[in-house]
Design a binder for this molecule. Sequence first.
Ligand code: NAD
Ligand code: WQD
Length: 343
Amino acid sequence: MQKILVTGGTGYIGSHTVVELQNAGFQVVIVDNLSNSSAEVVDGIARITGIRPDFEQLDCLDCEGLDKLLAKYKDVAAIIHFAASKAVGESVQKPLLYYRNNLVSLVNLLELMPRHGVENIVFSSSCTVYGQPDFLPVTEQAPRKPAESPYGNTKQICEDIVNDTVHSGTKIRSILLRYFNPIGAHPSAEIGELPLGVPQNLIPFVTQTAAGIRPKLSVFGNDYSTPDGSCIRDYINVVDLAKAHVIAAQRMLTGKSKSPVETFNLGTGRGVSVLEVVNTFEKVTGVKLSYEIVGRRAGDIEQIWADPTYANAELGWQAKETLENTLASAWKWQQKLTAAGSK
Ligand code: NAD
Ligand code: WQD
């Protein structure tokens, strides 16, 4: 059984990926410092898959600790590197925390990989590297735009770090996955997104408003040049997204990569506006959402959605889940969180 090291594996996207990796027959070792997740997530993964992944609470900034860990779990075939700080607003307040955490964690892993004979790494990148693209849908060839935040900048720099390292001649290959907007939860509602404090992202804010935790949703702007005036994004189901990681790992492990570093857009190819999200959520759940239109949010991109053609063709992967089912899964997860909180 091939072993995959998943950093950030108790986090939102990481935990869903661990489930899919185990379903596909991989043995998983999770490394997470629990800065933005809980160890109970491992129980959720075990309930879904019937398999308890190895879990090591460790900070990826701790190079010595990682070195020991890679010595302990010999023969790691690939690393999927999710561990990072990801709050855009916080990154503006605390840029050095973001630069240190996101860059140094990656550097540590890349330095240690050759020492332990690990040759493959999947890196979590983001559509944020495109800024507001000149053409839509956006392909992988679109130029990266200057980052809007320190967080976004870390994704660009990390992509560069991977590229430079691989092209320096070291025995490492990589796949950079640029996620669009991951949403929803596992259909079992055993795992999902755990936002700490007031959510900054749309879907957790929507579900918390529906649950009565927030009085109302603010829709940031209805005067954009879009059909209904609200911003457009490509919302991708988190389980669909997780499955792409399994395929990316398998692609490297079976020698199918076409170049030492490959980059793929992971999105649905469909742009959906904020107001469409609100309306679809109401339709699917039967819950009336209290919301108001407010001013634009600083730094927001007007509209972006993926051209996933390359990922569809090369990975044989496609985002399949409907927005309706995905929003229903987010609501089911929220209801579970609400019930757990009121006990
Ligand atoms: P998340 O915060 O739920 O998961 C990240 C996990 O990494 C958390 O469990 C956290 O505790 C852990 N972590 C952070 N720093 C660590 C460190 N130094 N050492 C060990 N563990 C550490 O976030 P997520 O939404 O699952 O995002 C996963 C990855 O995908 C991140 O790299 C993020 O930047 C990227 N990404 C996320 C989105 C999104 O909208 N969620 C979009 C594009 C890219
Ligand atoms: C989606 C839409 C908001 C909250 C961010 C990061 C990006 C990536 C994904 C990691 C926007 C609107 C939101 C609210 C609203 N993460 N909105 N009211 O901004 O596309 O991307 O997460 O890489 O880097 O920037 O996602 O969920 O914050 O917003 O109207 O209370 O919902 O204006 O149009 P975003 P989001």
